[in-house]
Design a protein around this ligand. Structure first.
Ligand SMILES: Nc1ncnc2c1ncn2[C@@H]1O[C@H](COP(=O)(O)OP(=O)(O)O)[C@@H](O)[C@H]1O
Ligand SMILES: N[C@@H](CCC(=O)OP(=O)(O)O)C(=O)O
Length: 371
C-alpha cells in the first residue's frame, strides 16, 4: 500500500454528478464526497475540479435536456453552480470539511499576475486544510463550454499545484480501444506510458451530460504529463476506489504512473517555467547561432545578445518569445530587451560585439516542455 502523503487533483465530470434529466444527483455526489473524505483521512491533500454546473442547472431554466446554445448553457451554469456548491457545502460539512469555490477561465492562466494569484490562493487554502473546488467561470468563458475544457482546466491546475497525480473521473472505467457505449467488444487499456496520436484516435465523443468525451481527457492527460504530473482516468463506483487508485489497483487507465515506484518519470516543472511553457502569450521570435544554442541547451547557460542572428516581431521587454536555431524551435523565454532595442544592437553599424543577456536561464523553458 502506498504510504506517501500525496497532493492530488481530482476532476469529476457532469456524468458523475448530475441526474440524467438534469439537477444535482445527491447519491452520486455523496459517493464522491465519501471518496474524497477517505483520501483526506489518509493524509492526502485534495483539490477538486468539478463540472456539472450546466447539467445541474438546465432544469431550472425549464429545459428537458442539456441546452445547445451558448447563452442557454451559460444561464444554466449560473443556476447550477450555486446548486452544486450548496450541495457540496452540506455534504462535505457533514465530514467537518470546509470548502472554497474558485472559478477560473483559460485567460486567467495566460495573465501572469492572475496566474500567480491563483497559485497563492490555492497554496494558502491547502495549507489551511480547506478543500478548493474549482470550475470554469462559465458566464464569461466561451471556449470552455464548447470544447469541454474542464479536463484541461484540471490538468493545468494539477501542474500549478505540483500535484503527484491527476485523477479524471467519468462514467467509464478508463480508455477502451473503441467507444464502449457503442461497441460491446471494446477492451480497456490499463496503462499508457504516453499519449501518442494513435492513442488519441481511439477516443470518441461525449456522453449525454458531458462535453469533451474521452478525447479531451487524453489531451488533458498529455498536458499534465508535459507538466510532470501522471494521470488516471476511471470511474468512481465505491468510496474506497480512489485510495485503490493510489495503490496502483484502480480500475481504469493510468498514464505514466507506477504505484510501486511511487514517483513520476519527470519532476513537475517549476511554476514560473510552466507559465512560460504552457500559458504565456508568445509575442515574437529570435534566431540564434550554434554557440548560443549550445550554451543554453548543453552548458545550462543564459542566452546572450552576441548569439542572436535574427529578430522577428515587435515584442517588449518582459514578454515571452520563441527561440529558433537551424530552423527548429529550441525553447521559449522572457526577453530582457524590446525587439527594437535588439534590432539596433544587431545592426552592422554597431561598434564591437554586443553584450548583455537576452533570456536568463531562470526565465527559459526548453522546447520538449512546450505545448
Ligand atoms: N475509446 C473510448 N474509451 C472510453 N470511453 C469513450 C471512448 N470513446 C468515447 N468514449 C465516451 O466518453 C464518455 C466520457 O466523456 P464525457 O461524456 O465528456 O464525460 P464527463 O462528463 O465525465 O467529462 C463516455 O461516456 C464514453 O462513452
Ligand atoms: N463548466 C462546465 C463544464 C463542462 C465540462 O467540461 O463538462 P464535463 O465534460 O462533464 O467535464 C459545467 O460545469 O457544466
Amino acid at each position: 500500500m502506498n504510504k506517501r502523503k500525496m497532493r492530488l487533483v481530482v476532476k469529476v465530470g457532469s456524468s458523475s454528478l448530475a441526474a440524467l434529466g438534469g439537477g444535482c444527483d445527491p447519491g452520486k455526489m455523496s459517493l464522491l464526497v465519501s471518496a474524497v473524505n477517505q483520501l483526506r483521512q489518509a493524509g492526502h491533500q485534495v483539490v477538486l475540479v468539478s463540472s456539472g454546473a450546466v447539467a445541474s442547472g438546465f432544469k431550472g431554466l425549464g429545459y428537458q435536456q442539456r441546452p445547445r446554445t451558448l447563452a442557454a448553457k451559460q444561464a444554466a451554469a449560473a443556476i447550477g453552480q450555486s446548486l452544486l456548491m450548496q450541495t457540496y457545502t452540506q455534504l462535505f460539512g457533514a465530514h467537518g470539511i470546509t470548502i472554497a469555490q474558485i472559478l477560473l477561465t483559460r485567460s486567467d492562466f495566460s495573465h501572469r499576475g492572475r496566474y500567480q494569484h491563483a497559485f497563492q490562493t490555492l497554496s494558502l487554502l491547502l495549507e489551511k486544510t480547506v478543500l478548493p473546488i474549482i470550475n470554469e467561470n462559465d458566464t464569461v468563458s466561451v471556449e470552455e463550454l464548447t470544447f469541454g475544457d474542464n479536463d484541461m482546466l484540471g490538468a493545468l491546475v494539477a501542474g500549478l499545484v505540483h500535484a503527484d497525480l491527476y485523477l479524471i473521473l467519468t462514467d467509464t472505467d478508463g480508455l477502451y480501444d473503441k467507444d464502449p457505449r457503442t461497441h460491446k467488444d471494446a477492451v480497456r487499456i490499463p496503462y499508457l506510458s504516453s499519449i501518442t496520436e494513435d492513442v488519441e484516435e481511439l477516443a470518441g465523443g461525449a456522453s449525454e451530460l458531458g462535453t469533451g468525451g474521452m478525447r479531451s481527457k487524453l489531451i488533458a492527460a498529455k498536458t499534465a504529463q508535459q507538466l510532470g504530473v501522471p494521470s488516471f482516468i476511471g470511474h468512481l463506483g465505491e468510496p474506497g476506489d480512489l485510495l485503490a487508485v493510489l495503490a496502483g489497483q484502480g480500475k481504469g487507465t493510468y498514464v505514466d504512473y507506477k504505484a510501486e515506484k511511487q514517483k513520476r518519470s519527470l519532476p513537475t516543472l517549476p511554476t514560473r517555467k510552466q507559465w512560460i511553457a504552457v500559458h504565456s502569450p508568445v509575442r515574437g521570435r529570435i534566431t540564434v547561432d550554434g554557440g548560443a544554442a549550445e550554451a543554453i541547451l548543453k552548458n545550462r547557460g543564459s542566452l546572450l545578445v552576441a548569439g542572436v542572428v535574427d529578430v522577428d516581431g515587435s515584442f517588449l521587454q518582459g514578454e515571452v518569445i520563441d527561440v529558433f536555431y537551424d530552423g527548429s524551435l529550441i525553447g521559449r523565454g522572457v526577453s530582457r530587451y524590446d525587439a527594437s532595442e535588439l534590432q539596433l544592437l544587431l545592426s552592422p553599424h554597431q561598434d564591437g560585439k554586443p553584450s548583455g543577456t537576452v533570456i536568463h536561464r531562470d526565465q527559459w523553458t526548453e522546447a520538449s516542455f512546450l505545448a
